[in-house]
Design a binder for this molecule. Structure first.
Ligand code: IMP
Ligand code: MG
Length: 178
């Protein structure tokens, strides 16, 4: 078993479930057509799975596809170079895309993915993130749908990792001593 670090809970499983339901209703109220969800892996997979089922309860019939992106550069902050490691396989031309990610931080990852999807002819691309680290933006990009504003701490759980661990936690917490 891996070493356990103390984790301070920031958002409980119950709080997340309530907010995900609200987000799905916000999305349903704004979209005129059923969307194509493009989930950015790996971090968003738990959030997206819950969001998609909440969208069903909000009366929507989303399609879904997945994209794995990575950004390179030294240090812990992402660099300007975003690379697609695994691409979507379904066409997006003419569709209303909801690009879903775990956290919006510098904005580079989602800004890049959004421009790629628009270049491919997506009708519209809206951004939906579970967490928004508002003060950390390096690029002028904002999410259309935000679950929670997140303090500037390194957070894990509910799909988010620290060095490949903690994605299984049902809540979101911050790791001490990062
Ligand atoms: P950015 O907006 O391009 O800086 O990229 C944000 C990405 O960095 C997210 O999709 C996460 O994968 C990762 N990330 C940023 N902050 C955290 C955190 O606190 N915990 C875990 N991953 C994070
Ligand atoms: Mg990510």
């Amino acid at each position: 078993m891996s070493e356990d670090r103390p984790i301070e809970v920031l958002f409980t499983a119950e709080e997340i479930a309530v907010r995900v339901g609200e987000l799905a209703r916000e999305i349903a109220a704004e979209l005129r057509r059923d969307p194509m969800i493009v989930a950015v892996l790996k971090g968003s997979f738990v959030f997206t799975a819950d969001l998609m089922r909440a969208m069903h309860h909000a009366g929507m019939r989303p399609q879904i596809d997945f994209m794995t992106l990575s950004s390179y550069g030294g240090g812990t902050e992402s660099s300007g170079h975003v690379q697609i490691n695994q691409d979507i396989t379904d066409p997006v031309k003419g569709l209303d895309v909801i690009l879903v990610d775990d956290i919006l931080e510098s904005g580079r990852t989602l800004a890049h993915a959004k421009s790629v999807l628009l270049e491919r002819g997506a009708g519209t691309v809206k951004l939906c993130v579970l967490l928004d680290k508002e003060g950390k933006r390096k690029i002028d990009v904002e999410a259309d749908f935000v679950g929670f504003v997140c303090p500037d701490l390194f957070v894990v759980g509910y799909g988010l990792d620290f060095a490949h661990y903690y994605r299984e936690l049902p809540f979101i917490g911050s790791i001490e001593g990062r």
